[in-house]
Design a protein around this ligand. Structure first.
Ligand code: MG
Length: 218
């Protein structure tokens, strides 16, 4: 079988992200748990890898970090059931869903789309492809993030509201998923600001970690 999905940065066509998917996060924000997955998209031009910097977008004064487990889709699928979803997982990645929080707040306030606040260049730092067998139980794996060596997010995927199979099934109800497409599964509690010259280090238990510097181009 072709494994071009492993090079998801080059071969994937879309990044679909879920928000408000951790109980700890909705509790901390005092918002109800969503009754169905809440989706948005990032363009694949948002990807960066270790060695590249996260750039605070022009006019953004408040950039937030969100560490997330990403799923790489292995083959084309549509309208699949949760029980069939595992057959379409090619592997995983660790991702940051960087968010221009001031733009985000304004978009929410004025009922405008989230495209800019979530999709700007460098808004999706990612790890290398993670083989499926390196995460034997994706429904209960640790996810952590430090800013300048201070722990800010430290949770487990067992705190998710919608499971990965439920998310894949829901997304595929409305969007055809293709080889190399990525689904970001939401961030746990502790998302917060990061400023120029700070660094973000994050990991998936002790399976994989990555580090990025933040640069203020304003
Ligand atoms: Mg997110």
């Amino acid at each position: 079988m072709s494994e071009t999905y492993k090079n998801f940065k080059e071969n994937g066509k879309k990044i679909i992200a879920v928000c408000r998917n951790y109980r700890g996060l909705t509790a901390a924000q005092g918002i109800p748990n969503p009754e169905k997955p809440v989706l948005f998209m990032k363009p694949t031009s948002a990807y960066i890898s270790q060695g590249q910097n996260i750039k605070i977008p022009i006019r953004c004064k408040l950039l937030y970090h969100e560490v997330e487990l990403g799923v790489v889709i292995s083959k084309k699928c549509t309208k699949i059931s949760p029980s069939d979803a595992d057959n379409y997982i090619g592997g995983f990645l660790l991702a940051l869903d960087m968010t221009a929080k001031d733009f985000h707040n304004e978009a929410k306030e004025k009922s405008r789309p989230w495209f800019l606040c979530k999709g700007f260049d460098t808004s999706c730092p990612v790890s290398e492809f993670i083989e499926k067998d390196r995460i034997p139980d994706y429904s209960d794996v640790g996810l952590w993030l430090k800013v300048d060596d201070v722990m800010k997010q430290d949770s487990r995927t067992s705190d998710m509201i919608f499971s990965i199979p439920e998310i894949i099934s829901y997304v595929s109800t409305y969007f055809t998923l293709e080889s190399g497409d990525v689904i970001l599964t939401g961030t746990p509690a502790g998302s917060g600001p990061v400023y120029g010259s700070q660094s973000i280090e994050c990991g998936l238990a002790d399976i994989v970690s990555m580090k990025f510097s933040v640069v203020d181009t304003n």
